[in-house]
Each structure stands twice: as structure tokens, then as C-alpha cells.
Ligand binder design. Sequence first.
Ligand code: PMP
Length: 371
Amino acid sequence: MIYLDYAASNPPYPQVTEKMGELMRQNFGNASGIHSMAEKSRLLIRQSRKALADLMGVQPQQVFFTSGATEANNWAVKQAAVSGKRHMLIFAAEHSSVINSARYMAARGFEVTWLRPDGNGVLPVETVENAVRPDTGFLSVQAVNNETGVMQDVKALAAIARKRGVIYHCDGVQSFAHCDQPLKLPDFVSISAHKLGGPAGVGALILRQPERISPFIHGGGQELGYRAGTENTAGIAGFAMAAELAFAEREAEQARLEKLSDYFVSALKELEGRIVLNGEKAPRRAGILNVRFPDISGEELVLKLDRAGICASPGAACASREGKASHVLLSMGLSETQTKNSVRFSFGRDTTKAQLEETVKTIGIILGKGE
Ligand code: PMP
């Protein structure tokens, strides 16, 4: 099988699954207990929090573990009220967990302005600057888009937010441990373990000023009372371990993925001159490519590739099952058909040139261009 869907989920590092299995077998103690196994769980959680905080450049007490980035994004966006203002600025190409949380807020009396990117998927900083009003309290703009790999200018956005007294939430899922962006600057940052070689179902929300925030899940007082629920100790330890491994190799890996991406795009264009890379002119994180085909729907191509043992995705994994046109590509001004004819290929640690050659050859056959 050739797996080209890393943006949906990375395969976990073998060391991580090994360690998690060991912890689940031997250290299953509830971290809230008072016996020694519970104490060991608490220590593991403390060490993991510190490891992630060090990688992010923040303090451990700013890191709150969640069940993933969907929860972290819900928590962040639903905190908009702490600003005391009712106008929110939300990037139109955000992950559905941000979009739908903002819609929830809009249904409860908040006013949402949706910020559109340019044709390459970039949100111009001036668009944000011009959209801030005296009653604007909250801004949400991701670091890297999960469908196109397009990067936003987190540093400039954080500076505008600080200057104008707006809370800035950044979904850092596709950036953290992958590329170099200043994720310590925004007020809230969401991250997820399974996008960097850890387990699914674990993430974190990083808060610059936790004292301003209210708890999201009420219960037994875990996570300093902000997010109750028995901690997923093995998952949290696996998250920190994976993040450290991914950080250590990220520069070399980005350079390698960049070369692979260049090869893949030029080979596809050689195969069929009308193929377009969506967001081609934008600054992009290596390893996420959104390719538009002229005469075939993304869904058909993905299903045919699957039959040939190749996994790709017609957009974000959660939206692709619904068969809806991608809101990310639509926000860039693509037509409904162009959007439906697009496929995301995302690469990672185990992707090789030979796999991409095989994929190009298979696409050639599907498009009737091969032998
Ligand atoms: N934000 C982005 C940019 C993502 O790519 C994803 C995963 N598709 C999420 C949030 C949600 O993360 P999780 O799967 O941990 O809930």
C-alpha cells in the first residue's frame, strides 16, 4: 500500500506505539489516585507537559491536554466572550471545528465576519487589519491549511491582534513539529498528536494567559480544573514523545519532502499539461499538495487510486465523507467543478520517490495517458 494521506493522520512512530503499549499494560493507574502507580502517571503527564511546552517555547502551566484539536478549537472559539466584545473575525478556510464553533457563537448573538483568502489561499494581513473594529474581540486564523499546505503570516497576525487588543487563536495542527512558525505568539494555539506521529484522540490547547479563560469541561478537577476527565496518560506520553521525535527531524524532513513535492508536481504536469497545483504561488508547507485535474472528479480518482492500493483524499478527511465541495477551495475562488476535481496528496516520513513514481504511473493509467 502507498499511503499519501499524512495530513489526515500520520502513521505513529513505532517507538511511540511500543511505549504506549508498555504504559497501558504496566502503568494504567488513574493519575488522580494517591498510590505509587497514580504518582507515576502524574509524573509522566508532568514530564510530557514540560516537553511540549519546551518545544512550543511556552511555560508548562500554559499547556492543557484535550481529546484532540477539534476539542481545543471548540474550547478556544467558545472563549470569545472573555474578550468582553461581540465581534469575531474567522478565516473562511479554517478547519470545520473552528467554522462550526464560530457558527455556534453566531447563533448565540456574536457577529462573525468571515475573512476570505486571495486566489492562492493567503489571507492578506491588510484584510485583517481593515476588518478589525472597536467591538472586535476575537480572531481565528490557522498557521497552515490542512487541504492545501498554504501558510499564513502568524507573526504579523499576532502583532495586529496585540496592537488592537484582539484575542488571537491559531490552529497550529499542521504547523507544529512540521515547519517553523512562531506558535508561542498567539493567545490560544491548538495542536494534535496524530498529525505528527502520535496517537489520535490527544491534543492540547496552549493558552498565553490561562487565568483569563474559563473551564471547558467540568468534573473532577483535572488539568488545573480547566478540562476535567481522567487523563489519557499513555496518549499524552505518546504525544510528547512523537513531538520530540518529529521536532528533531523536522528540518531535514521538510527539505526532503520539498524535493519529493517538486518531483511529484512536475511529473504530473508532464503527464497532463492542464493539471494545476492549487495555491501554487503561496508560501506552503512541504508535503501537502492540492492538485486539480481537468477531466475527472477528485472522488473518482481517489476511489480508483484506492483500488490500486494508493491512499489519497479529495479534501479534508472529515468533509470528504460528506461529499461536499471543499469550503477551503471555494474560499479561494475556485468554481464548484474545479473544487470537486481536486485531490489532496500529503507526504511524510515513509514516503519515497519510488512510491510517487508508482502513483504518477497509476494516475496516468486512470487518465488514459499511460501504457
Ligand atoms: N485542525 C486542523 C487544521 C486539522 O487538520 C485537524 C485534523 N483534520 C483538526 C484541526 C482536528 O484535529 P483532531 O483530529 O485532533 O480533532
